[in-house]
Design a protein. Structure first.
Length: 159
């Protein structure tokens, strides 16, 4: 706590703050970072294997194999969330499970499961797209800006 804020506290509150800081559990930051790194890396490794699977068995190219890979990952994350497995994995792996696209699938399904009692339209549908809507809008807008910049560079840059 900043010294200026500490001066405004009564002696009892200051004593409480010191006691709280002594008893507060220290977070294992390095351990959590290592778990997130290897869990996220494992998810990405599985994604790469899945992409090679689509290329080898379904004759996708390297450019087109990404879409079914992402779709498969979102579907798997939704299934795992529905059965409760993704929550256990996320408790262990932390941000390593939230950063890949699997975190997006988990967030969508979690919101729909949480609000299913409110009905299919207003509960499941409405709350499922609270997160998905902003991600989709940002993705479309970002794609537009990148395409606009590329078009301007190609037209006037001579590339």
């Amino acid at each position: 706590m900043a010294n200026s804020k500490k001066k405004k506290l009564t002696p009892t509150q200051q004593e409480y703050q010191e006691l709280q800081s002594q008893l507060e559990l220290k977070r294992p930051v390095l351990k959590n970072c290592m778990r997130a790194f290897w869990v996220g890396g494992l998810i990405c490794l599985i994604g790469q294997i899945l992409e090679f699977f689509y290329i080898y068995f379904f004759n996708f190219t390297e450019q087109t194999a990404g879409s079914p890979t992402v779709g498969t990952f979102v579907f798997i994350a939704m299934l795992l969330t529905g059965f409760g497995g993704y929550d256990r994995l996320a408790q262990y792996g932390g941000a390593g499970t939230a950063v890949p696209v699997t975190g997006f699938g988990n967030a969508i399904i979690s919101a729909s499961i949480e609000h299913r009692r409110e009905g299919l339209v207003l509960g499941v549908g409405g709350n499922m797209f609270k997160l998905a809507g902003s991600v989709i809008v940002f993705g479309v807008f970002s794609a537009f800006v990148v395409a606009l910049i590329r078009t301007l560079i190609v037209k006037w840059g001579g590339f």
